[in-house]
Design a protein around this ligand. Structure first.
Ligand code: F0G
Length: 353
C-alpha cells in the first residue's frame, strides 16, 4: 500500500530528505504532487507501459517550481534581498513568482526574442526586472554569474545546489506513485540540471530501500542544440523548443555521468520529431505540453524504433512545462478557426455540411 500525501507542498512532503530545518522559512505555493498519467494509446502502439508526469501543473506551469521553492526559501533563510537568473523562460517565471511571494527583488536576463509569450508575460506580471540581451542563454548565464559574483544578489539558476535538491523530488514522486522506479525515464535536456536532479532523487530513494531498482536515464536534446550528443559546445543553438535552446550546459558532465551510470543514453530529436510528438500528445491523449517537453516523448519513439527498449517496459516521460506557455507554437501547429455568422443555420452548415 502506497501512502501519498497529495495536499502538502513538496518541502513538507519530503522534508526529511531535503536540506531544510525549523529555521527555514518555507516559501511555497503548493508545488509538486503532479499527476502521473498513463498514455494508453501510445503504450499500445509501442508495446510499452508509458506514463507522463505532468509538471505543467505546478503553480507557475513548469517543473522549475520544485527547485525554486527551495532556492528561494534558502535565499530568505540566508538573508538575501535580491535574486537573479538567466533563463529561456520557465526559470524566470518561477524565480519571479517565488521572489514576489518572499518579498525579494528579482532580475532576469533572457535571450531577446527567444522566450515563449506566456513565460515573458509571467516574469513581467510577477514584477521582475527583465533584461533581454542580443545573445543566447549561454551569454545570459555568463552575465548573471558575473553579476552575482560582483553584487549581493543570489543566483537561482541550477548552478545553485538547492535547485537540484528541490527538483529531485520529482523522482521521489514517481517512485511513490509506482511503488518502484520505472525501467526507463525519458526527459528533455537543456542546461542538464533536471536530469541530474532526477538521478539524485532515484539514487537517494534506492539507497534508502524505497525503490528496488534504478531506471535507465534517457535524455533528449533538440538536434540544433545538442552539445552533449555532439560532444562540443554549440555556438548558435537553434530549435523550435526554445526552453532547451542551450549550447553549453553547465550540468553537462554530471548529466553525462548519470546517463552512463544508469545504463541509459543521450540522444537528439529533430524539430519535426518534437512537433509531431507535441501534436500527437494533445490530439490523441489530451495532454498539452510545451514543445521542449514533447522532446521526451519524441525521444522515446525514436529509441523504441532503434530497439533500445524491451516489450512491456515501464517508461516515465517527464513533461516539463505547460502547453499554454507557448500559444504561438500551438496555434501555428493547429487547424484554423472557422469564422461564421451567429446563426444556427451557419453553425449547422459548418458542422454537418
Ligand atoms: N523543459 C522545459 C520546459 C524547460 O524550461 C527546461 C529548461 C528544460 C526542459 C530543460 O531542463 O535545463 O534542467 O536540462 N529551462 C531553463 C529555463 C533553462 O531557463 O527555464 P534543464
Amino acid at each position: 500500500m502506497i501512502t501519498v500525501q497529495r495536499n502538502l507542498p513538496l518541502i513538507e512532503r519530503y522534508r526529511e530528505y531535503l536540506p531544510v530545518s525549523d529555521a527555514t522559512p518555507v516559501i511555497s505555493m503548493g508545488e509538486g504532487s503532479t499527476p502521473l498519467v498513463p498514455l494508453t494509446k501510445l503504450s499500445a502502439c509501442l508495446d510499452l507501459d508509458i506514463h507522463v508526469k505532468l509538471e505543467g501543473l505546478n503553480p507557475t506551469g513548469s517543473f522549475k517550481d520544485r527547485g525554486m521553492t527551495l532556492a528561494i526559501s534558502k535565499a530568505v533563510e540566508d538573508g538575501a534581498t535580491a535574486v537573479i537568473c538567466a533563463s529561456t523562460g520557465n526559470t524566470s517565471a518561477a524565480a519571479a513568482a517565488y521572489a514576489a511571494r518572499a518579498g525579494l527583488t528579482c532580475a532576469v536576463i533572457i535571450p531577446g526574442g527567444q522566450i515563449a509569450l506566456g513565460k515573458l508575460a509571467q516574469a513581467l506580471i510577477y514584477g521582475a526586472k527583465v533584461l533581454a540581451i542580443d545573445g543566447n542563454f549561454d551569454d545570459a548565464l555568463r552575465l548573471v554569474r558575473e553579476m552575482s559574483d560582483t553584487h549581493p544578489i543570489a543566483l537561482v539558476n541550477s548552478l545553485n545546489p538547492y535547485r537540484l535538491e528541490g527538483q529531485k523530488t520529482g523522482a521521489f514522486e514517481v517512485i511513490d506513485a509506482l511503488g518502484d522506479a520505472p525501467d526507463v525515464l525519458c526527459i528533455p535536456v537543456g542546461n542538464a540540471g533536471n536530469i541530474s536532479a532526477y538521478w539524485m532523487g532515484f539514487q537517494q530513494f534506492h539507497g534508502l530501500g524505497k525503490a528496488q531498482r534504478l531506471p535507465r536515464l534517457m535524455g533528449f536534446q533538440a538536434a540544433g542544440s545538442a552539445p552533449l550528443v555532439t560532444g562540443a559546445v554549440v555556438k548558435n543553438p537553434d530549435t523550435v523548443a526554445t526552453a532547451i535552446r542551450i549550447g553549453d550546459p553547465v550540468r553537462g558532465d554530471q548529466a553525462m555521468d548519470a546517463m552512463r551510470d544508469s545504463g541509459g543514453q543521450v540522444d537528439s530529436v529533430t524539430d519535426d520529431e518534437i512537433l509531431s510528438a507535441y501534436r500527437m500528445l494533445a490530439a490523441t491523449e489530451g495532454v498539452f505540453c510545451e514543445p521542449s517537453s514533447a522532446a521526451s516523448v519524441a525521444g522515446l519513439i525514436k529509441a523504441q524504433a532503434a530497439g533500445r527498449l524491451k516489450a512491456g517496459e515501464r517508461v516515465v516521460c517527464v513533461l516539463t512545462g505547460n502547453g499554454l506557455k507557448d500559444p504561438d507554437t500551438a496555434i501555428a501547429q493547429s487547424g484554423q478557426v472557422i469564422d461564421i455568422p451567429a446563426s444556427f443555420a451557419a453553425a449547422e452548415q459548418a458542422l454537418y455540411g
